[in-house]
Design a protein around this ligand. Sequence first.
Ligand code: FES
Length: 303
Amino acid sequence: MTTTVPQVTATQPGVISEPTFEQLATRVDDAVKALESLDPAARTVAEELKAAVEAIHRAGLVTIVRSLRADDATRPVLFDLVDDPVVHLLLSLHQIVRPDPMTEATRALQEVRPQLQGHGGDVTLVRIDGGIAFVRLTGACNGCSMSSVTLRNLVEKALVDGVAAINGIEVVPNEPEQTVISPESLFSTVHADDGWAHAGAVTDMPVNGLVAPVVTTQPTGQEVSVLLVSRSGQLSCYVNECAHEALPLDNAVFDAENGTLTCPWHGFCYDAGSGECLTAPEAQLEQLPLRVSNGQIWIRVGP
Ligand code: FES
């Protein structure tokens, strides 16, 4: 068995030329093909070696990603790195990040948004399901006029051409579901004795953003980490666990414009107002009842 192994070469004295990504990918492909032609015993040993090396690489990468994500100063560096195609491929191969069509689609829409807004329209990405991007069109994009058809086609082309996971769009009605409770909805009879847990003051909440307080339930004294999400002052509350692997969402990426939360661990994307998972439609954040009384936020945890 022979494979072509690109070597690190010196193009000029003292200058080292690294193999290109394409060369490295070809080397991997050739080695995998060669593996298939080995006799079963040799193949088992080779595959075990490959799995062991990959496990070491994955462990190291997970440590790097966790360290970068844990620090406010280095988190942007991590997000920049994940945007690099080679780094993203590497992290995807090790199942540390997932391809996230919602993020790709959001970027694709950003490209055409100036054109839409220039014609008095706009678009909101609601979810992606079965290769279809469900979008809300507003302003001049919404309706049956020639210009609205043109703008709809613009949105469709941006999404279908820009995101491999999308092969069509469907326009949903402009009637956002009200699954959240306004801070203005004041209740005067909320007490810890009634099973409500205090989660802070409305004035401590960002207008757009999230906080992850630990609340204490009564009468058991049990402590529960919850995720409070504010979108334009509208509050929602969830158990602070991703529906994928129950990891915390403290560092989730909140996109106020599109109303989405993206889990920092493997990229599951959620509707911030309903907790509906847009990446895996069968998954859902556990939403908790929320009330505001005299400017204080109260959460009901448990029965
Ligand atoms: S996507 Fe895996 S824990 Fe959130």
